[in-house]
Design a binder for this molecule. Structure first.
Ligand code: GDP
Length: 348
């Protein structure tokens, strides 16, 4: 049994019921994305797993007793691991309380308490439902939002590839009319994957206008899935809000229940500053989830905790590599077990 299952078994009271209920609800729903293998998560999270393991080992080696100095270094270690300042403070407090409560003096035992408290922090008040809200037998629309370079185009190609292989009719809409080369890049992907695409028909065409043309084709011709790219321009809040309002107004004309997913792409390697920049998207868009790209390239898996703090919307997809197959639905159990894959069996 993996650490995550052991952890759930150990939880008590309301917390346990809440997590167990959410997990059984997730499992009972028909998933549109097939489950990824544990080995994919282990492989993709290797850097993060190794660095966390090493950091904890070094911390324990440096200290002989559990004192204020130890807690200060633990806090620094968590911040280095991209957990974010406020989460780091709360996790250290929770570790301290548990150590006092259980009268623990052995440093080695703190390891397990730490992992436990990080996980408890993540699942508390978190919507664990990462199901993708797409249905068979109708036209579904996904809107992809995010800053330049975070991995929007690649993630769109990965999602398109998946559904194409599931024999779905997929239409791409090249709405990123701001970044030079973005339309061409998506066009290339459409050729490689053999999926249809709508591109701007004139220079500097507005994103909302390209999306209108895309949706017209998509709904008229009854595609199963339309994936719309948007411009990743980080502008002021009012302009961004106006641009998104135009996009949502266009989409609602075709289907008041669309977009069925509005996904914000976050680059795991950009750390706190990248998250702070992206915060504006969350403030003005009605997001349904996050695509966390490039998790394979970071050694700081704690970013997931910072995301929870800053955004409080579920991570639905996780990018675990540059390859076209390297996008997976976010499975908390596999994620946690992947993060601990390089730990010794005392923890796992
Ligand atoms: P966009 O500007 O947001 O559309 O970003 P792109 O899709 O062009 O991606 C920027 C770079 O990130 C490209 O070199 C991608 O191959 C790379 N990339 C995207 N997703 C991942 C991922 O999950 N893992 C890794 N290692 N690289 C990724």
């Amino acid at each position: 049994m993996g650490f995550f299952r052991k952890f759930i078994d150990k939880l008590s009271g309301k917390n346990k019921d809440n997590v167990a209920d959410q997990i059984s609800e997730i499992n009972s729903k028909k998933k549109v994305f097939k489950e990824a293998k544990q080995s994919k998560f282990d492989e993709g999270l290797k850097k993060s797993s190794n660095s966390l393991n090493l950091a904890i080992k070094e911390l324990i080696k440096k200290h002989t007793i559990i004192n204020d100095d130890f807690y200060e270094n633990l806090e620094d270690m968590l911040i280095m691991y991209d957990v974010g300042y406020s989460a780091a403070l709360k996790i250290v407090d929770a570790v301290r309380d548990e150590v006092v409560f259980r009268n623990i003096t052995k440093l080695d035992l703190v390891k397990e308490i730490l992992i436990d408290k990080m996980l408890t922090y993540y699942i508390q008040d978190t919507d664990l439902n990462t199901n993708i809200n797409l249905e068979n037998g109708k036209t579904n629309t996904i809107l992809i939002i995010g800053a330049n370079g975070v991995g929007k185009t690649t993630s769109i190609a990965k999602i398109a590839n998946y559904f194409k292989k599931e024999n779905k009719r997929v239409l791409l809409v090249a709405g990123d009319t701001f970044r030079a080369g973005a339309v061409e890049q998506l066009n290339e992907w459409s050729k490689k994957l053999n999926v249809d695409i709508v591109i701007p028909n004139k220079q500097n065409q507005e994103t909302a206008s390209v999306i209108y043309e895309g949706l017209k084709k998509g709904y008229d011709e009854k595609y199963d899935l339309i994936i719309c790219d948007t411009s990743g321009r980080l502008q002021n809040k009012v302009n961004l809000m106006n641009e998104l309002k135009k996009i949502y107004d266009v989409i609602h004309k075709f289907d008041p229940t669309a977009p069925h997913e509005s996904l914000l792409v976050l680059d795991a390697t950009t750390g706190q500053s990248g998250l702070s920049q992206a915060k504006m998207f969350n403030e003005v868009a009605k997001l349904s989830g996050i695509i966390l790209s490039k998790m394979d390239s970071t050694s700081k898996g704690g970013i997931v905790l910072a995301i929870k703090d800053m955004f409080n919307i579920p991570v639905k997809f996780i990018g675990l590599g540059e390859g076209i197959e390297d996008l997976n639905t976010f499975d908390l159990e596999k994620f946690v077990d992947g993060l601990l894959s390089s730990f010794d069996s005392v923890i796992k």
